[in-house]
Design a protein around this ligand. Structure first.
Ligand code: A3P
Length: 304
């Protein structure tokens, strides 16, 4: 099946999720070729859930022995987080490319938007750890709308917010249905808490230190008392804050290796911006769908 995608071109359904042909090819190449290692750490998100933020937190956290956080020349200062932790299906395996992992040190940090069912088998069969991050559906939708508007400048066929809202509600969104993506990883995180850590954007916003600590413990690199006393956690959170990252020269003027401008990944970085765009009808319609889809799981999103 195919549907009109958010970028003006068609998207297709592959193994139950929606994506462009290029993304599907990347996902297939990953399934066929990717060999997971037990020490791999893979960040998984639905698009626009705060991937850029968690990539920076993960990179700084995991590499803090090699790159101490108070060091002047930390890689995060002159590289965009997406260049530090590449997307498997969008960067590493894109266009039939065979990635060279020789420059990666252990643990390899990678990321993907691919739903659980379509992950490479070796990820599921190994001790590779997955870190999952999602965000409330309304802010994710608005963030995605802005993002695709930005990327769509060269396409003539622009969709209105109402039009793409309807397709989002039908489950047609990049890597969607949105609910299935979240529910499948949620289920895994309940069944295998050592395999999948389930995080929410809003929870990191409200309790950044607690969530960072949780992440460090899950990844078996907990903070020592000494680190806690020296303010290492505060410094990691400061380095990775929206304010710090979005003002770095690399993120204001730089481009990704894929050609996208780094600044498109930093827009507002807040919870609740959806209120500036949603009509009451849109909000009620989505509330109804969310209740139906998530009720059984007990997942509760925070919208403010
Ligand atoms: P908004 O469009 O709502 O501002 P992704 O990284 O998955 O593409 O998600 C992008 C969203 O995360 C954007 O949301 C962006 O502004 C926000 N974001 C980027 N860096 C952030 C940070 N350091 N802290 C909080 N939010 C951040």
């Amino acid at each position: 099946p195919k549907e009109k995608g958010w970028m003006g071109s068609y998207i297709y359904n592959y193994q139950g999720f929606w994506a462009s042909p290029r993304t599907i090819q990347g996902a297939i190449a990953c399934q066929q070729q990717f060999q997971a290692q037990d020490s791999d750490i893979i960040l998984v998100t639905p698009p626009k859930s705060g991937t850029t933020w968690l990539k920076s937190l993960l990179f700084v956290l995991v590499n803090r022995m090699k790159h101490p956080v108070f060091e002047q020349n930390h890689p995060l200062l002159d590289k965009n987080p997406h260049d530090l932790i590449p997307f498997m299906e969008l960067t590493l395996y894109v266009d039939g490319h065979v990635p060279n992992f020789s420059a990666f040190t252990s643990p390899r940090l990678l990321s993907t938007h691919v739903p659980f069912a379509s992950l490479p088998k070796s990820i599921k069969d190994s001790k590779t750890k997955l870190v999952y991050l999602c965000r409330n559906p309304k802010d994710t939708f608005i963030s995605m709308w802005h993002f695709t508007n930005n990327l769509r400048l060269h396409h003539k066929d622009i969709h209105s917010i109402e039009e793409i809202f309807e397709s989002f509600c039908k489950g047609v969104s990049p890597y969607g249905p949105f609910w299935n993506h979240i529910l499948d990883y949620w289920k895994q995180s309940i069944e295998k808490p050592n395999k999948v850590l389930f995080l929410m954007y809003e929870e990191i916003k409200v309790q950044p230190k607690l969530q960072l600590k949780r992440l460090a413990e899950y990844l078996e690199c907990p903070f020592s008392i000494e680190e806690e006393n020296c303010g290492v956690m505060d410094e990691i959170l400061r380095m990775c804050s929206f304010e710090n990252l979005s003002n770095l020269e690399v993120n204001t003027n730089g481009k990704l290796s894929t050609g996208a401008e780094n600044k498109v990944f930093f827009r507002k970085g807040e919870v609740g911006d959806w209120k500036n765009y949603f009509t009451i009808e849109m909000s009620e319609k989505l509330n109804h769908i969310i209740e139906q889809k998530f009720q059984e799981s007990g997942i509760k999103f925070s919208y403010i």
